[in-house]
Ligand binder design. Structure first.
Ligand code: SF4
Length: 168
């Protein structure tokens, strides 16, 4: 699973964004207008499924934050990866292919969960110069249920990504 495929672009955006006002005007994105969604906490996205092997990718800052909060060494919950920059780690999984932070179908690091998890079932794709679009996978059983998502939902995701890249 590789969401935020062009996260490195955010770094560029960050340097452009001197103020939030400027930022609002630079960050242009499209989003699906007729999508309904509310997470049902089924945990399907928290590990491998019948049809898909998942990589729960981590930025350096995310790994460090998880390490600090859980008091575990990064090596204890993640392994280094190459070729997915700016992601440099992936979360280890249990023998049955689930994220090691999943307990009783619940995320034990929910407040500090990786961007990739916060974005699911959406991903952000670069479609032009400073132009992005949100796409989604209907693998998630909650797509089509819940409230219709408004622009503000996607803005929150976008801003979350920018915030973490600022700290990276
Ligand atoms: S697969 Fe969808 S409904 Fe299930 S936990 Fe993930 S986001 Fe929520």
């Amino acid at each position: 699973m590789l969401f935020l495929q062009n996260l490195s672009a955010y770094i560029f955006i960050y340097f452009l964004c001197g103020t939030s006002y400027v930022c609002e005007n630079i960050l242009k994105f499209d989003y699906p207008k007729n999508v309904y969604f509310k997470c049902e906490r089924c945990a399907l996205c928290c590990g491998d499924s019948k049809n898909r092997v998942r990589s729960i990718l981590l930025l350096k800052i995310e790994a460090e934050r998880i390490s600090e909060k859980t008091l575990k060494d990064i090596d204890g919950f993640a392994e280094k990866i190459e070729g997915f920059e700016p992601y440099i780690y992936q979360v280890k999984k249990t023998k049955d292919g689930k994220c090691i932070f999943l307990k009783d179908n619940s995320c034990t690091i929910y407040q500090i969960r990786p961007l990739i998890c916060a974005f699911y079932p959406f991903e952000l794709k670069e479609v032009g110069s400073n132009r992005y679009t949100f796409a989604y996978t209907d693998e998630c059983p909650a797509i089509g249920k819940g409230p219709q998502l408004k622009r503000s939902y996607f803005e929150r995701l976008f801003k979350k990504a920018i915030k973490i890249m600022r700290e990276e």
